[in-house]
Design a protein around this ligand. Sequence first.
Ligand code: CP
Length: 324
Amino acid sequence: MDSAKPANVVQLDAHGGLRHLLTLDGLPRGQIARLLDRAEELREQSHGGTRTLDLLAGRTVINLFFEPSTRTRTSFDLAAQRLGAHVINFDIASSSTSKGESLLDTVHTLEAMHCDAFVVRHKESGTPAYIARHLHSNAAVLNAGDGNHAHPTQGLLDALTLRRHVQDFSTLRVAICGDIRHSRVARSDVHALRALGVRDLRVCAPAQLLPDVDEFAHCRLFEDFDAALDGANVAIMLRLQKERMQAAIPSEAEYFERFGLSTQRLQRAAPECLVMHPGPMNRGVEIAGEVADGPRSLILEQVGNGVFVRMAVLAELLAGAASR
Ligand code: CP
């Protein structure tokens, strides 16, 4: 991938408005809060998603998922449909990608048929920004997760979910635990939570899955999960991303023993501690089933909020723009 301009520059127009959504890195608190407010407005206007709006009538959104997804892909699809847009779920496996067509030739081919937005997931960090830099049209690019770089709508939906339960982010103690090194969710969550005022951010992983210190400069890094969880109000658990790993990792049983969130271990956190997980979960590896399904779990709320956040982002990028 070329690296001419970073994602946080490519995504802005000349006036600092959002042209694409590629990362939460550098997005100011006001811009993030406005997207969350818009998600709540769209929740209300769509009667909780049961009424279709016509904000994006006549617009076409193409889902380009080069990696598997359940939540992100389905909720982007529903979000676009509930705003009245036409959605194409591009099937990579049966596309001409398998005949060797390049990424950009694929994108330019789809642009030639006219579309207003590409929702892109790819295993290579930087792919959505690369596409955004090489578009032939005014289509918007929405990052649905690229490598270990960013998953901005997950960061937004996690922030929205927390905001529905917590008044004051500045007093929160948030522990993010799991495969931090490979996690685009951890990176986007940290950007969102810092922007919204969280000061006590702790990230915890086995040594070989901790990130470079510079990248998480505003967080405290832990290898001891009990210490990271001590007094936490929020525990965000992450999956071991074996598909991205080279280093040896502990067995699943050993991992759960040291880094799994069990009912017993949750007692180290604050009594009201909220439990989150972006999914997909590996029960019995990073989280016990009874915690995932327990009274402090927000996991399915996160999923539901994903649709409204994605409606808000699509509306922000597409509804305001005249003819793209
Ligand atoms: N949280 C998340 O990105 O889940 P999917 O991989 O199912 O989209």
